[in-house]
Ligand binder design. Structure first.
Ligand code: APR
Length: 236
């Protein structure tokens, strides 16, 4: 039996499917990943931009980088991998998508049962009163809160910051409950997401990795060293 058929049989028999996605699932939408040869971090040091210290030191620089990323993402579309996950969500009773991506493409594709573990680039949070707002429009260099005039920041989890405890609990529960877990397009270097596959494995899940440069090594039961937008539609 070929690998794809084996995975399809597992999915057909699965009562619950959990998916972890990383930047690689948006690569074929034309959004650069963080650590590949074209990776975003290659041009900028993470310490210079995606940290609370960087924002305190130079909020205009950090906002300029996020405005550039927002402008880039706004021109892109979800790809066949995003669409394939929407099909799987509609066909499995219990489905949870945990995404590390902040680009909003899963939501635009139609994913609903989703945990945005690292936040969302279209959402801002006031550093003064905590009010959250969404906006896809171009923002001023230093956007301020309509309610308290405090400085707005991207509602994204930066290096050195903790993920939302509720997101973490829900993610761990989804990993423990999964019959099958798909790990798609992540280099598996950033915690806590990098531990989710082993949590699922220990709880008995069948682990499938889809990544041209696999990162799960012996944790995965099936590895497809292929592009997500090529392989996922085949599975669906
Ligand atoms: N299909 C599937 N996987 C792909 C594709 C593709 N077409 N193209 C690249 N990849 C894989 C790469 O091989 C790499 O393993 O996607 C992965 C992208 O890894 P990273 O750039 O490190 O992205 P990610 O794992 O999501 O980073 C985690 O780090 O920078 C922080 O908060 C940021 O959420 C991000 C986190």
């Amino acid at each position: 039996m070929d690998q794809i058929t084996a995975v399809c049989k597992r999915l057909a028999a699965a009562k619950s499917l959990t998916v972890l996605s990383g930047a690689g699932i948006s690569a074929e939408s034309g959004i650069p990943t963080f650590r590949g040869e074209e990776g975003l971090w290659n041009k900028h040091r993470a310490e210079d931009l995606a940290t609370p210290e960087a924002f305190r030191r130079d909020p205009e620089l950090v906002w300029a980088w996020y405005q550039w990323r927002r402008t880039l993402i706004a021109q892109k579309q979800p790809n066949a991998a995003h669409d394939a996950l929407v099909s799987l969500e509609r066909r499995l009773a219990a489905f949870t998508l945990i995404t590390q991506n902040v680009d909003g493409l899963h939501e635009r594709a139609g994913s609903r049962s989703m945990i945005e573990l690292h936040g969302n680039i279209w959402r801002m949070r006031c550093t003064g009163c905590g009010l959250k707002t969404e906006s896809e429009a171009a923002l001023p260099a230093l956007p301020s809160c309509a309610s308290c005039h405090g400085l707005l920041r991207p509602d994204i989890v930066w290096f050195g910051e903790a993920v939302d405890p509720d997101h973490l609990i829900r993610s761990l529960n989804a990993c423990r409950d999964a019959d099958v877990m798909l790990v798609i397009g992540t280099s598996g270097v950033v915690q806590p997401a990098a531990s989710f596959a082993s949590v699922a494995k220990e709880a008995g899940a069948f682990i499938v990795e889809i990544n041209p440069v696999p990162s799960l090594s012996n944790l995965a039961d099936r590895v497809f060293a292929e592009k997500a937008a090529v392989l996922l539609p085949k599975i669906v």
